[in-house]
Design a protein around this ligand. Structure first.
Ligand code: FE
Length: 377
């Protein structure tokens, strides 16, 4: 793979490599390749695993005519995001430098670098992370009629510091040999004693679960949410998992009967194993709707090229880029009216939770404290 992992300071050790080969991957579901580094761990450079490596890739074959380089600090799976960025370079001539690491280290770097940062854009997952970055002053407000037109307000920061670019549903998965869909209903119902010894959960350290619990706090109130979490913990079939893929495989292996995971992990498993023996269930359809979160981006406060970063963000919200997100990564477009992939369509339509995703950030600290108090590891 045309990537170079470095652990030295980026600004003094930029390694520039031609990566035209990535353009060839556009038609492929690159993230499903079994050689994907993040395979079996996380689609993104997740927040709970530690790593000191930083990966830098530059599409240096781009013509210089397109103007200034846009440097992205990204926690997204490089194989997923690089084809989109290469397409942008092909169309505009704008060179992109992609620095890939976990969200936490990237934010620490932005903090340390301040106005000297080479970064123009932060690209990451989960509104909880983007909200944190904005809280720390790492992102600057932007105003864009294109983003306002393409991205519903509930998936954007009201102050314009970040925007959603794709959607992922965090919902219920089950073993159809032991559970029928009519036994399932809500996230809260998984706290019922009927699921004792049958539930699998990912760790509460993962921001995805912090955001899910934040949404429950908003809908159910704190007292009820704490009861639900205690019920979940009582019902666990085994220790919490470090990632969603292992959790889904545990359901397939009969270790548990139900669990909660992000939809795209399931999609990738189905790509590899079309007969993967786990079914998806859209949670909370009779109540608040299935929990939906974003991947997204913001313009870095210390950016030398904020206009270039904003133009790229606008392009990522375009019909073409939105279609690529949906087909390559099993994510849902954030823009309305974009065709979903055949696999996503096969899961059927569902009602999304209408909550504004900034709430996940606002309630994150409380959610973490509550999960800790309730014994959810
Ligand atoms: Fe993920």
């Amino acid at each position: 793979m045309s990537l170079t992992a470095i652990s030295a300071n980026l600004s003094s050790t930029k390694l520039i490599l031609p990566v035209a080969v990535f353009g060839l991957m556009l038609g492929l579901t690159g993230c499903n390749n079994s050689s994907t580094p993040a395979e079996g761990v996380d689609a993104e450079a997740g927040t709970e695993q530690s790593s000191t490596e930083q990966e830098v890739a530059t599409n240096d074959d781009a013509t210089a005519a397109g103007g200034q380089t846009v440097t992205i600090y990204s926690s997204r799976n490089e194989q997923l995001i690089k084809p989109l960025l290469d397409r942008y370079t092909e169309q505009t001539g704008v060179k992109i430098e992609l620095v890939t690491d976990k969200t936490g280290p990237l934010m620490a770097r932005l903090q340390a670098e301040g106005k000297n940062t080479p970064a123009d854009m932060l690209l990451t997952v989960d509104a909880g992370n983007l909200w944190q970055a904005a809280e720390q002053g790492l992102l600057q407000p932007v105003s864009s009629t294109i983003l306002e037109a393409n991205v519903p307000a509930k998936y954007r920061d009201p102050k314009g510091q970040w925007t959603g670019l794709s959607l992922r549903a965090r919902t219920i998965f089950y073993d159809p040999s032991k559970v029928s869909a009519d036994q399932l209903s809500t996230y809260a119902d998984l706290a019922d004693p009927k699921w004792k010894g049958k539930l699998c959960l990912r760790t509460s350290k993962k921001v995805y679960n912090q955001s899910l619990v934040a949404s429950m706090m908003e809908h159910l109130g704190e007292e009820k949410t704490e009861q639900v979490i205690r019920g979940w913990v009582d019902n666990l079939a085994t220790d919490v998992f470090s990632d969603d893929t292992n959790l889904l495989e545990a359901i397939a292996a009969g270790q548990c009967e139900v669990g909660i995971a992000n939809s795209y992990y399931y999609g990738r498993l189905l790509d590899e194993k079309p007969n993967f023996p786990v079914k998806i269930f859209w949670a909370n359809q009779g109540t608040t709707g299935t929990h939906v979160n974003i991947s997204g981006a913001g313009v870095v406060t210390g950016s030398d090229n904020p206009d270039g970063a904003l133009k790229l963000m606008e392009w990522l919200s375009s019909d073409e880029a939105q279609g690529l997100y949906a087909s390559a990564d099993k994510e849902f477009p954030v823009k309305a009216g974009i065709d979903e992939s055949e696999m996503l369509k096969s899961w059927g339509p569902f009602k999304q939770d209408d909550i504004s995703v900034q709430k996940f950030g606002e309630l994150q600290t409380k959610a973490i404290q509550m999960m800790d108090k309730a014994g959810y590891k």
